[in-house]
Design a protein around this ligand. Sequence first.
Ligand SMILES: [Zn+2]
Length: 425
Amino acid sequence: MQKYWGALLALAVLFSCKTEQKKDTEESTQLPVIEKPVPKSYGFNLKEFSVIRDTIKRGDSFGELMIEHEVDYPKIVKVAEEFKDTFDVKRIKIGKPYVILKSKDTTQITQFFIYENDRINYTVVDLRDTVQAYTSRKKIKYVQREVAGIIANNLSESLDAIGVDYAVTIALSEIYAWTIDFFKLEKGDKFKILYKERYISDSIYAGFEPIEAAYFEHKGKPIYAFAYETDSLKQITDYFDQEANNLRSTFLIAPIKFGYRVSSRYNLKRRIAYYGYKIRPHKGTDYAAAIGTPIVTTADGTVSESTRRGGNGRYVKIKHNGTYSTQYLHMKKQKVKKGEYVRQGDVIGWVGMTGNTGGPHVCYRFWKNGAQVDPLREKLPAAEPISDSIRGTYMAYIDPLKTHLDCIEYTVLENEEENLLTLNE
Ligand SMILES: [Zn+2]
């Protein structure tokens, strides 16, 4: 994963699509405005207080901290007892930042204690006359970003240089995992991404929202991707292309089209009489069928193995993408060779009894990230296209996004010009 993105990249640049977007979404297309920290924070104008900032240290307790800052004991007790639901003093954690606001005059009375629950949520304990406590959250600002890149070799620094979160590139690879083999990106492949970054208090980066739209040009073939919610009740959002096709393709349920029965399921605790009832995990699903029944690949991919070995007998293994591979055992004969590209549903061999098997069947093994899992229990990506009933709405929705993507230009960074020249040769 790291490697291909490392080898990947470049010439990416923040770019504002001036003419097209200014009309209705001017605000959201602005480049990030990193302002100086505003003194107003946690709903207070910090200039009006003397401010103490620190983090909870090992051994700190709320009570001792408050005593240290001369808060009256009854008030401390009141916080601990009456505001447990809002602020449980026993649950303060080492390393969490806190702020104490004291009056600016000579009395230096502790007025507020602010505890940061996380980067966004904080709790304010008001220690003035009547003790109060409440939880609030920092304002999050969303900043639209546009990134465009041309893939080249050894230009990974460029990605850093323009300040794109590495996780964004991972998110992009996940969107295209089914359509593009990211291990085989080619020099000159291009991409564009539209997404929003989150900023806390206007200036602190706090991750990004799911990618809204993307464009990937692999070997000269363009594939758009648009996030679209197809089921608002279940909140199902998927990525679809410019023709409303789902970018994810699913697996066929079985490696045999018809005339089979599942004779043994994936079972890590299987015990077999033959082996003295010892646990013999079964990491596949057995589809029993007559000898000679065609076996098909459950998804597009490249044959990574087609051989005969030990208990597996004659088998074929197919790599579908960086995550998934499938394997088909005990074949009578394979129909494909290593390195061959196969499409979902293609015949790759025939049911047989080679290797360790008591009857004719295909043992179907499903690999995810190098481990064998149960495909019947896996949540495999759905591949439903946009239904006809919402197709029109979808096309109208993606139209401006597509225009937006189209008008993002690949801009050459000054020190990348040399590389681009090499690229164009
Ligand atoms: Zn099996």
